[in-house]
Design a protein around this ligand. Sequence first.
Ligand code: HEM
Length: 398
Amino acid sequence: MADRPPVRDWATDFDHTDPTWVADPYPIWDELRQACPVAHSDRYGGAWLPTRHADVAAIAYDTDDFTSRSVVVTEYRPPNLAPRGIAPPITSDPPFHQGARRMLLPLMSPQVIAKWEPSTREYCQSLVHELAGREVVDAATEYAQHIPVRVIARMLGFPEDDADRFRGFVHHVLEDVTLPLELRLPGMQELFEYLRDQVKDHIDNPRDDLTTALLNADMGGEVADLSHVGGTIALLLLAGIDTTWSAIGASIWHLASHPEDRDRLVKEPDLLPTAVEEFLRAYAPVTMARLVKHDMDWHGCPMKEDDWILLSFPAANRDPEFFVDPDEVIIDRTDNRHAAFGLGIHRCAGSHLARMELRVALEVFLDAFPVFHLDDPAAVKWSAGQVRGPRTLPVHIG
Ligand code: HEM
């Protein structure tokens, strides 16, 4: 990651890649919510950061004033590929967005996802089997990381041995965001070529998998063109891997540092689905971006065309005006309308898959290691960028 000057003032100079934010963003958002709920920064060519749930929701629902043309904040502005954007439906605006989303939703329904649960469980069990007998393991890189990669590779019908390459693509697109464009392009090109080859192979040899289903899916009465399908597949790889890895890792981190919650889940496994929602709320991994469509005064903020909005669903989830005791993790919290999967028309299309992976990953880990704790809290490292989760997580399981 390129060197960046330290943040001078969070209200006027914020940077989500600053080491202080990366280590612990919650106090920053708390302070901003009280002092300056929509912060501004000249970095990245101009960016705004709403920290209250009401403001995050208002922007997420407002597709007239904000575009999803790019959802990752970088130093440059992406080309205008409207109405589709590079990775439909996440980069598409209405009205195109609706068809692109409808083409995907039936392929990610609860019924479809339920079919993947047994093989996901089996895979998680094989991972804990490998770890058993060791004293300290890295639960981020030796456990959480592998699960979503394997599941999505199987669903798409891609070679499972390419897992390391997928992780490389994801890291490049979502974490190397401060690199200049000329250093970001070759990685994007590699992803594009990889997907082109996979899609071609599926056209030549159709089979019963998600890639073939997308190639044949109905997009407003016809099949989508190849670059649309390629963009959606890229999105599924990028949207499904770091996000779920982060959610599994953050949940294990919580349980490794809160033995009372860990013990309770071991004794009351039926509570797991409720606890999963609370982990998603409290440690929501995904922050999205929007671009301002035109100059305007937005509730007193002088927004300019092409300013970024860093749309922090994680900050919304910690707003005391929306949640009681938001900084407390209450694993049996029942009233939990969290925004971890987003709000509005772009709400996560993979939420059933993500929830299944998260629940199964935790169930299997708790079953194999009912007593575990952080080996060295200071050694835990969190990712920088818009997807937050532990990337080094040494846990004592022995
Ligand atoms: C815990 C894991 C996950 C979290 C927290 C998460 C979060 C999100 C969020 C916040 C959005 C909204 C984007 C926006 O408003 O711009 C989103 C959209 C999306 N997610 Fe997820 N996601 C997760 C896992 C997945 C998985 C596993 C997949 C599929 C493999 C997936 C596929 C998508 C897609 C396709 C969209 C775009 C939907 C649209 O634009 O209509 N996500 N996700």
